[in-house]
Ligand binder design. Structure first.
Ligand SMILES: NC(=O)c1ccc[n+]([C@@H]2O[C@H](COP(=O)([O-])OP(=O)(O)OC[C@H]3O[C@@H](n4cnc5c(N)ncnc54)[C@H](OP(=O)(O)O)[C@@H]3O)[C@@H](O)[C@H]2O)c1
Length: 331
């Protein structure tokens, strides 16, 4: 009988793992089969809450489980490489949370291991897979606002300082850039490609990571993007693209892509909302790729991940953000 569903395992039972578990449960092609935590009682609670058949007390046991088709890596950034390699070395396909790793060099090692093993690997940048992103691309390429000259987007929220928390702790890859700056950078590069020029500025906090960072990108077609990210102040959470004939505004929270407001002579709203969780789209994409025997997604290919990691390496070099034990190579 044909393999109709893919069995998922979740590695790390934290905040985003719970959200993805709901997304898996809302996707017909996926089954939440197992969860692995460093603490077996935590994985048992998680399995009970989200209906997983198996609960493991270590990541190793999860990755060794023969009945899992794909493992979702939901640990802090600084562990993405180690845990992705663990899953791949156990013959598992992988969906890895964003940022894919701390730097491009680590990403290259992960991608090369997946390639040598013939396994599927994708970065969990779900925003790119939403219907609203496709609609936005269609509008821009169809000239709905003329020639695009400028865009702005931000992702900033105010988090109380805690030197041990994931967002502030350098050991866990803390800072605004890798956590949320990646979203506006993704929007700009997904729409306009690889920037030819990048400058950045940051306010570094007391734990040594960027609590606020701003990025100015210039693209081949001379589009300029002004982007920002923060874990110290709340920002607008909106994005706007400006063309010679009008604008497209994506209201808060823009990364959910639920509505596009286009002003080009008149003003109209395009409803791009969807049923259920925003995470179902990435779950569906992974399942589709696995059913089709693909080892990378066409929407979020390995080269896309390389591009965004290289861009963040450049920004980090500009703002002087180096993580413990890391040597940043020339980009
Ligand atoms: N795509 C999105 O929308 C989205 C949203 C939020 C976060 N994320 C990404 O998801 C990743 C996890 O974020 P989160 O907010 O879910 O984090 P979190 O709640 O802190 O959970 C991370 C989990 O990782 C495991 N872990 C392993 N080693 C750890 C260590 N030394 N310290 C802390 N946790 C450790 C823990 O699971 P066990 O205790 O069960 O082993 C923990 O629950 C990050 O890379 C983040 O960028 C993505």
């Amino acid at each position: 009988m044909a393999d109709l569903k893919k069995n998922w395992g979740i590695l790390g039972a934290g905040v985003i793992a719970s959200k993805l578990a709901k997304g898996i449960n809302q996707t017909d092609a996926a089954v939440l089969y197992a969860v692995g935590s460093r603490d077996v009682s935590k994985s048992q609670d998680f399995a009970r809450e989200y209906g997983a058949e198996k609960a493991f007390g270590s990541y190793e046991e999860l990755c060794q489980c023969p009945d899992i088709d794909v493992i979702y890596i939901a640990t802090p950034h600084s562990f993405h490489k180690e845990h992705t390699m663990l899953a791949l070395n156990n013959g598992k396909n992988v969906l890895c949370e964003k940022p894919f790793s701390l730097n491009l060099q680590d990403s290259e090692e992960m991608l090369s291991l997946a390639k040598s093993k013939g396994l599927f690997l994708m970065e969990a940048m779900w925003t790119c897979l939403l219907p609203g992103m496709k609609k936005l691309q269609e509008l821009l390429s169809g000239g709905a606002i003329g020639q695009v000259l400028y865009m702005e987007a931000d992702f900033g929220f105010q988090e109380p300082f805690d030197k041990n928390a994931r967002l502030f702790n350098p050991q866990l890859g803390g800072g605004a850039l890798l956590d949320v700056g990646i979203y506006p950078l993704t929007l700009a590069t997904f729409l306009f490609g690889k920037p030819k020029k990048v400058t950045a500025n940051a306010r570094m906090g007391q734990s040594g990571v960027d609590e606020l960072s701003c990025y100015n990108l210039e693209f081949e077609n001379r589009v300029i993007a002004n982007l920002s990210a923060s874990i110290a102040v709340e920002t607008s959470h909106s994005a706007t693209i400006y063309g010679t004939e009008g604008t497209i505004h994506i209201p808060a929270d823009w990364w959910l892509m639920e509505k596009l407001i286009i002003t080009n002579g008149s003003k109209r709203e395009i409803d791009t909302s969807y049923e259920g969780s925003e995470y179902t789209f990435e779950v569906q994409e992974v399942c589709d790729c696995l059913f089709n025997g693909q080892t990378e997604s066409q929407t979020l290919p390995h080269d896309w991940t390389r591009g965004i990691m290289s861009l963040m390496d450049q920004i980090r070099a500009d703002i002087g953000l180096v993580y413990p034990g890391e040597v940043l190579t020339e980009v």
